[in-house]
Every structure is written in structure tokens, then in C-alpha cells.
Ligand binder design. Structure first.
Ligand SMILES: Cc1ncc(COP(=O)(O)O)c(C=O)c1O
Length: 388
């Protein structure tokens, strides 16, 4: 096993492990291959706009089976660029999930889009297509569905709604690299999708993201937009459109290439960590486990989030986790109830009752690729004891 984060994240001394050492919430999975590739970039002197970004994009696109991939500086940047490409303008309404990370809504607010939240399905935690349909108006411009916690959204139904109403569909797959919908990897179905590579994600580039698209024209546009609006053939100081600096640098791309090379291993290990949690927690009363896969939905494991009976119970569990150095997070607060959302748009409790209820009682447990079984057993023991 390699050095670096594999050891930092999961290595424990036998016997004294859990009680003595904290168990982090998340951690990357890196080894000598990433070191080698980053070193290659450093020695090449091409730290930005070099060949490593192309190599990363090509390897990623091939791995997923998508025609085009454009690397960007973050998942948020990728979502923002798709909103620009979709032509979202001030006053346009965009429908998204309240049970997500704030960037799912921020990406179109940057362009003056107005957030409209539709409630989620309590089982999948993803947007309910009928709830989306119910909030469409003549001002609706786009839908941003999210594959939350790596569980695929109802893509076909949402795509049908978007087609029927002439709306853009921007898939926030930031948490779902490797997930499959109706037998095919997310990203391959058609709507442009965004994946994110913050270090808690399935694979990481430090900071970074990537947009997959089936359109060469859109791919060229994304490459221009991320690069200050430069054209394909123009010079360094010629800007053909309003652009951004959303480039991924070559050292980050090197990390990404190493991660793509071991993506199958990462996904398999994460699935095994999830399977073990499922086994350990099956008998614990009061713990709602993540939804199992079905024929149409195959999750890619991003986080392991359980549902507790209520907020007071969650806070009690959290105090026990804190006392014992177990990582956690209150995944995910409802976006519409964030302070800036209340202030800007006047959103209040009651808008999306299912999301709000789950936000008050769902909890992310420590979860990462190298998490070891004995640490998981300790987490399950502490959780079980807190609930009795
Ligand atoms: C659902 C979702 N959308 C968007 C993002 C934004 O990605 P980034 O942090 O790379 O900007 C994240 C990242 O946490 C996410 O979980």
C-alpha cells in the first residue's frame, strides 16, 4: 500500500485504534502513482495549459464512455459554465433540489437565475418529477437535478419534462461518479453532467471538476469559457466572449489521471465499506439505512448517510461521536433555509416538508475508500449505544 493519504486516513494501531485515534469523516486515496504523475508535471515546467489536462480529460472520457469531457477548477465552476451555455438570464426560474449542496442552486444564481425548489422523494432523496412539474411556470428555463449521495435521479422522467417544456437539463452528478442509471454510467445518457473532485469525493484532484457532454460544439464552448473566453485559434490576448478563469491546472490533472487509473478499485472498495456498514447497522433499531439499488439505479458510494428518528436523537448521537473523536456531518441542510436564501428570497419552513424533515435528522458517518472494518465496528457500536 502506498504512502500519503491511504495511511493518514485509515491506518490504526491494533488494539488502541478507535478509542485512541480519531476516525475522520472522509479522506482521499492516493499512492505512488499520483506522486509520479505530479512530479512529471513539476519537472516538465508546464504547470498550466499543458498536456496533462488533455491526458486527464481523455482518460476520464474513455473511462466513462462519453465523447467529450472538459476539466474545470471545481464542480461549481462546471455547473456555472453549463448555466452560461444554457443561456440563463436574470429573472429566469431554475428548478432544483432543496436537499443538496448550495452550489446546485448558486450555479444559476450567478447568472441572475431565480431558484425554485421542488420537494424530494423520501426514499431516494432526489427530486420528485411530479413536484418538478408542479412548479413549472412560463419563466422556467432549466432544471438542475442532483444525484444526491451518488444515487441516480429519475433522469428519464425529468428529461421528458424538460423536452416537453423546452427546458435545459443540467445534471449535477458531482457526488455520483461511477453511478449507473438504467444500466449505463451517469454522464453517458445525454444531458451534460458535472462531476466534482474535492477530496471527500470518490476521486479527487484536490479542487476540480469535469463536465461531460455529447456535443463537440458545447465542449469547445466550455473550453473557451473556462479559459477567459479565448477562442480556439486566437492569441493569448484575444477574447471572443466573456469568460472565466475556471481552468484545472496540470498538477491537479495529474492527480486526476492517477485517480482515473484506479477508479474501479476505488469504487469497489467504497462499495465494500458501504456493504459492511449495512451489515453492522442492520440490527440497530432507529437507524434508517441508505436506499438499496434496484434495476434502474446503481449507487456510487460518496458518503454513508443514515436517517435517525428525529433531530434530538441526531444531536445526542453527535455528542457521543464528538466525545469519541468520530467524524460526522449533518448532511444535508435544506438549501432554501440557508441564511442567505431566507434573506434574498424569503424562503421559510414548510416549502419542502420532506427535504426539511430529512435535513433535520440525517447524519453522515465516517466514510472513505480506505476505512477499515474495525473502525466501522467502533462507529456502529457507538451509534448503537447512543440509540439504546
Ligand atoms: C451535489 C453537489 N453539487 C455541487 C458541488 C460542488 O462541487 P465543488 O465543491 O467541487 O465546487 C458539490 C460538492 O460538494 C456537491 O456535492
Amino acid at each position: 500500500m502506498g504512502a500519503l493519504a491511504r495511511v493518514r486516513a485509515g491506518d490504526e494501531d491494533a488494539g488502541v485504534r478507535q478509542q485512541a485515534r480519531p476516525i475522520p469523516l472522509s479522506g482521499p486515496f492516493l499512492d505512488e502513482r499520483e506522486e509520479e504523475l505530479v512530479l512529471e508535471v513539476m519537472r516538465s515546467g508546464r504547470l498550466s495549459l499543458g498536456p496533462m489536462v488533455d491526458r486527464f480529460e481523455e482518460a476520464f472520457a474513455e473511462k466513462l464512455g462519453v465523447p467529450y469531457a472538459a476539466a474545470v477548477s471545481s464542480g461549481t465552476a462546471g455547473l456555472h459554465l453549463l448555466c452560461v451555455a444554457a443561456g440563463i438570464e436574470p429573472g429566469d426560474e431554475v428548478i432544483t433540489s432543496p436537499y443538496s449542496f448550495a452550489a446546485s442552486a448558486n450555479c444559476f444564481i450567478y447568472e441572475g437565475g431565480v431558484p425554485v425548489f421542488a420537494d424530494i422523494d423520501a426514499r431516494t432523496l432526489n427530486l420528485r418529477p411530479d413536484a418538478v412539474r408542479a412548479v413549472i411556470t412560463s419563466r422556467t428555463k432549466a432544471i438542475v437535478p442532483v444525484d444526491i449521495y451518488g444515487y441516480p435521479c429519475e433522469l428519464d422522467e425529468l428529461r421528458a419534462i424538460a423536452d416537453e417544456h423546452g427546458l435545459a437539463l443540467i445534471q449535477d452528478s458531482c457526488e455520483a461518479l461511477g453511478a449507473r442509471y438504467k444500466g449505463r454510467a451517469l454522464g453517458t445518457h445525454g444531458p451534460s453532467a458535472v462531476f466534482a473532485f474535492y477530496p471527500n469525493k470518490q476521486m479527487t484532484t484536490g479542487e476540480g471538476g469535469i463536465v461531460t457532454t455529447h456535443s463537440e460544439e458545447e465542449w469547445r464552448l466550455l473550453r473557451s469559457l473556462r479559459n477567459q473566453g479565448r477562442g480556439d485559434d486566437g492569441g493569448w490576448l484575444e477574447h471572443v466572449r466573456l469568460g472565466f478563469n475556471y481552468r484545472l491546472d496540470d498538477m491537479s490533472a495529474a492527480l486526476g489521471l492517477g485517480q482515473v487509473e484506479k477508479l474501479d478499485e476505488i469504487l469497489a472498495r467504497r462499495a465494500e465499506v458501504a456493504r459492511i456498514y449495512g451489515e453492522l447497522l442492520a440490527a440497530v433499531d432507529g437507524v434508517g439505512l441508505p436506499l438499496a439499488d434496484d434495476d434502474d439505479h446503481e449507487r456510487s458510494w460518496f458518503v454513508y448517510v443514515v436517517a435517525l428518528p428525529d433531530n434530538a436523537t441526531r444531536e445526542h448521537v453527535i455528542s457521543e461521536f464528538e466525545r469519541r473523536g468520530i467524524g460526522f456531518n449533518r448532511y444535508l441542510p435544506s438549501i432554501h433555509l440557508q441564511p442567505y436564501m431566507r434573506e434574498r428570497y424569503g424562503f421559510r419552513e414548510g416549502l419542502c416538508p420532506v427535504a426539511e424533515d430529512l435535513s433535520s435528522r440525517t447524519l453522515a458517518l465516517p466514510f472513505f475508500t480506505a476505512l477499515e472494518r474495525d473502525a466501522q465496528e467502533h462507529v456502529a457500536d457507538v451509534l448503537g449505544a447512543a440509540l439504546t
